[in-house]
Design a protein around this ligand. Structure first.
Ligand code: DP6
Length: 346
């Protein structure tokens, strides 16, 4: 058997602060508005992909989390078709976000580290609908991200079908895409470049709220936020109000989990506030994961100013992270063996 060519790559997760919601072309995955995200550090969250190719292999196969999936899925075929073409032409170099986009729209922003915009583009063939780095991950070292994982009870409506219904039924979404997002993209890029946390945080929260408002304006309506999400929103606003400045921001995607942005100096106290109002299970797994967070004592004044009712076990855990780099080729984490099949894991 010919020795296969095996390549493994890790890729990051990104969190949008100006949201993508709605397509103008379903097949090519072209959005109705531009969006902007922060790429999260792969030390805390990442995906690992191995590709093995050999003339001896009989067919194309794919496994996702160890389970074989259908290789004929249209989105997968779109990506594979383009990669094969590209490999022939460039040895797979060059602009790859246009391919990633055809797997899942928001995924194209994960092709770069730091702060990344997905420019919607104007062309019908989507050639100008690409991701572009706004600033690298080293630009704003004090920025911290906390993923608050909500103990959710059911699986929400998927983003692909959710945004389809929104495009068909929500006039607020049309207004948002045409008249709100273009100005917000400019303001957000400015806020990121200047490292203006208050401006960045306010735009982030307003854009998350408007995205969820378009979900409510969808018919029938889509609810992604639950009671815990709403309590996190109140907590953030009361915390900021207590200090008379915007120290913390929230954003929510197509589910109830909150993603919090703040600056390094506020992390210990804010995490303690979250822990106070969402007391975790005492003997449960580790509540705070990722970058270490120092413990602090909270003043009675602060607890009273927030004054929320306590929701024990409302959150499963918190991942503490920061902005990070784009995809990396790694030499030692191959998921497929020389036979092209998944390696046995314990
Ligand atoms: C709410 O990228 O998952 O997270 O393009 O259909 O695969 P498809 O949708 P997807 O949508 C993400 C929506 C969002 C906002 C965002 O990440 O910008």
């Amino acid at each position: 058997m010919e020795k296969p060519n095996v390549v493994t790559c890790t890729a990051p997760v990104n969190i949008a602060v100006i949201k993508y919601w709605g397509k103008r072309n379903e097949e090519l995955i072209l959005p109705i508005n531009s969006s902007l995200s922060v790429t999260l550090h792969q030390g805390q969250l990442k995906t690992t992909t191995t590709v093995a190719t050999s003339r001896s292999f009989q067919e194309d196969r794919i496994w996702l989390n160890g389970k074989e999936e259908d290789i004929t899925h249209p989105r997968l075929q779109s990506c594979l078709r383009e990669i094969y073409t590209l490999a022939r032409v460039f040895g797979v170099e060059g602009e790859l976000s246009g391919i990633a986009r055809q797997g899942s729209g928001s995924a194209c922003r994960s092709m770069y580290g730091g702060f990344v915009q997905w420019i919607m583009g104007q062309k019908d063939d989507g050639k100008d609908s690409l991701a572009q780095q706004v600033e690298p991950e080293t630009h704003w070292p004090e920025l911290r991200i906390l993923v608050l994982v909500v103990s959710a009870e059911r699986k929400p409506v998927g983003s692909t079908s959710g945004m389809q219904t929104s495009v068909q039924t929500s006039c607020l979404l049309k207004h948002r895409a045409e008249s709100v997002v273009p100005g917000r993209m400019r303001e957000m890029i400015k806020a990121v470049r200047r490292k203006d946390f208050a401006a960045f945080a306010e735009l982030t929260m307003k854009d998350s709220n408007q995205f969820h408002a378009t979900c409510l304006d969808t018919y029938p309506p889509i609810f992604y936020l639950n009671r815990v999400s709403q309590q996190v929103i109140s907590l953030v606003h009361r915390y900021n109000k207590h200090y008379g400045e915007t120290r913390v921001a929230y954003t929510f995607d197509a589910g109830p989990n909150a993603v919090i942005f703040t600056l390094q100096q506020h992390v210990p106290e804010f995490v303690q506030v979250v822990r106070h109002f969402f007391p975790p299970e005492t003997n449960g797994g580790q509540f705070i994961r990722g970058l270490p967070v120092n413990g602090v004592a909270l003043s009675e004044e602060l607890k009273q100013a927030i004054g929320l009712e306590s929701t024990p076990k409302g959150l499963s855990y918190i991942i503490s992270t920061k902005a990070g780099p784009g995809p990396c080729v790694v030499e030692d984490q191959h998921l497929l063996g020389s036979d092209g099949l998944p390696k046995k894991t314990d």
